[in-house]
Design a protein around this ligand. Structure first.
Ligand code: CTP
Length: 207
């Protein structure tokens, strides 16, 4: 299979040297890329900035912003068999980033944000029948209920739900659901172990 995987946290620039981002380490996306490569698949990894080591054998596409990530996914989506959106994509981006460095002034500063494109939803609703689209859901409360709603609303094949504590950590416990399966829960294990499990479950979704 050809896996298209996204990882890392996007950066939304306020001015040329400052941005809004999140605590994503990129571990999950990179672990998925490694697991897919190990299982003999072809991997294209679209990555926002991280300190992770590039997995040998993957085609790497570096992006920074949510808009750049969307462009890269759009470009490569039709050629993949499975898209996994493991990146922590910013939901909002500054409406008008300053062209030069914002000078400090002794008053409040307001930055107006606009929503970004939901890449996962775009892929789920634009997918041809043959593509498998997998998303993540990060939820404080009502984990399964909210994740299941995302699975349906975004027309996904699989959703992996976890808690905000998973962001940036080495280990995590996840809940996984496909359209036809019941919820499958793991205890807190390494992201590498979770990634291998996810790749195996995706292989099993193939007709
Ligand atoms: N995602 C995406 N494009 C965005 C934002 C998120 O593709 N602009 C993807 C993430 O990669 C992840 C999934 O959507 O796979 C879920 O992200 P999450 O932040 O949990 O949920 P949202 O859909 O943004 O909804 P909410 O903020 O209501 O929880």
């Amino acid at each position: 299979m050809h896996f298209l995987i996204t990882g890392g946290g996007t950066r939304e620039y306020i001015d040329p040297v400052r941005f809004i981002s999140n605590a994503s380490s990129g571990r999950m996306g990179y672990a998925l890329a490694r697991a897919a490569l190990k299982a003999g698949h072809k991997v294209t990894l679209i990555t926002a900035p991280t300190t992770q080591r590039v997995p040998g054998g993957a085609k790497i596409i570096k992006v920074e912003t949510a808009a750049e990530m969307f462009e890269a996914v759009r470009k490569h989506f039709s050629r993949c068999d499975c898209l996994i959106m493991a990146a922590a994509v910013a939901d909002y981006t500054p409406v008008r980033p300053a062209k030069t460095k914002i000078k400090k002034e002794d008053k409040f500063l307001t930055i107006k944000l606009k929503p970004t494109t939901d890449i996962l939803k775009w892929a789920g609703t634009h997918k041809k029948k043959r593509q498998i689209v997998v998303g993540f859901a990060l939820e404080d409360k009502k984990l399964r209920e909210r994740a299941e709603r995302k699975l349906k609303d975004k027309n996904l094949d699989m959703i992996i739900a976890n808690r905000p504590a998973a962001i940036g950590s080495d280990k995590t416990a996840v809940q996984i659901k496909t359209l036809r399966s019941k919820w499958l829960g793991t205890r807190s294990i390494s992201k590498a172990a979770i990634a291998s499990r996810i790749v195996r479950l995706i292989e099993n979704l193939l007709p």
